[in-house]
Design a protein around this ligand. Sequence first.
Ligand SMILES: NC(=O)c1ccc[n+]([C@@H]2O[C@H](COP(=O)([O-])OP(=O)(O)OC[C@H]3O[C@@H](n4cnc5c(N)ncnc54)[C@H](OP(=O)(O)O)[C@@H]3O)[C@@H](O)[C@H]2O)c1
Ligand SMILES: [Zn+2]
Length: 377
Amino acid sequence: MKAVVLHRHGGVDALRYQDFPEPLCSKDEVLVNVHACSVNRLDVWVRKGLAGREVRFPHILGCDISGYLTSDVDHPNLKMKKGSKVVVYPMIHCGSCRFCRIGKESRCISSNASIIGGFSSWHGGYAEYLKVPVRNIIPLESYLSMEEAASINIAYLTAYSMIKYAMRLMRDINGYDDVTIATTTAAVDYLANTNTVNDNLSLLVYGAGSGIGVASVQFAKVMGYKVIATVGSQDKLEKAYALGCDLVIDRSKQDIVREVMKFTMGEGVDLVIDHVGIWDTSIKCLKKGSGIMAVCGATASEHTNVEVRPFYNKLALIFGAYLGSKKELVEMLRFMQEHNIRPVIDSVFALKDAALAHTKMEMNNHFGKIVIKVASI
Ligand SMILES: NC(=O)c1ccc[n+]([C@@H]2O[C@H](COP(=O)([O-])OP(=O)(O)OC[C@H]3O[C@@H](n4cnc5c(N)ncnc54)[C@H](OP(=O)(O)O)[C@@H]3O)[C@@H](O)[C@H]2O)c1
Ligand SMILES: [Zn+2]
């Protein structure tokens, strides 16, 4: 099969388009004919290498995958026909630890837990074929195209899961406990449809055009938030407003804290999505008494300096986020369909041009997901 293979860490020249042996599956694995795989920052980190994180070479990148089953699957946990459309739940999980048993697979505590194509012994989707555990297959019965379906399994899932979790925390902090909410989907719907609650909610996310950024803006808007986002250059301003942002801050020219405070009349926001690692800025932008900061990345910095006193004086809350569960992925697909949300796609590259796709991401001039289309038709 054709694949883009990494034989060492390095620049984009380390991505080699070549022939590679097709994977062989055991009885609990299935072979997926990859249609598309979107690029995530994780792919760039793995290509370059991160201190203390290992991969076994040769390695194939790519964690955000859509494709077709290459044979009928008749497994106790899954019965599907050859050719069925699927997406791949990206987290390799043990299925038996205390978190996997309650359907919180992204919290899996097994030493083998990893993201397919990431810092993992599992090869990813920059290839025509991919083998994955049966338990990672999610049937795709959705209105999304296969390119769109390859854009939602990492950034969209993480954004959805973070906002949903933050809303559950807000419910407690703001004393909405009197409302009986049977399921978390109902909680999201409840908050999305209850104007008295949501009218005043505000969210700040960095990088309106990043994977996490576009997804957060789209989800937060249908949930009724006032959305503030940053961009790194003037040309992204219009796109960010067109996506639905209520305020866009050009971080190359404007001071983020000052603009957020001006827009929120000095109050600050209810929720900051920080995938960048600028905690000091994030904490300064939080509303006193109830502000929540969801952290899922460190694009700008692995280390951060925070002033401790303002943090606890505000009664701020910080939580770390890592993907979401399989159930949330299915729920999110339904939520997107119900609210007519389609992932924003910046560009589509052929598999042999994976290096160009990485260059585009590293130049930060994308707005939305960069997709590698593996299928030739
Ligand atoms: N924990 C998880 O499960 C999870 C899941 C998905 C992603 N992540 C992480 O989240 C991060 C984003 O991933 P992604 O795929 O969405 O990346 P991406 O599309 O490449 O977006 C990164 C964007 O961040 C913005 N940015 C960079 N430095 C900044 C700074 N100092 N201040 C404000 N904005 C800045 C840039 O936009 P502008 O130049 O326009 O400002 C850039 O385009 C990565 O670190 C990734 O590893 C984590
Ligand atoms: Zn587990």
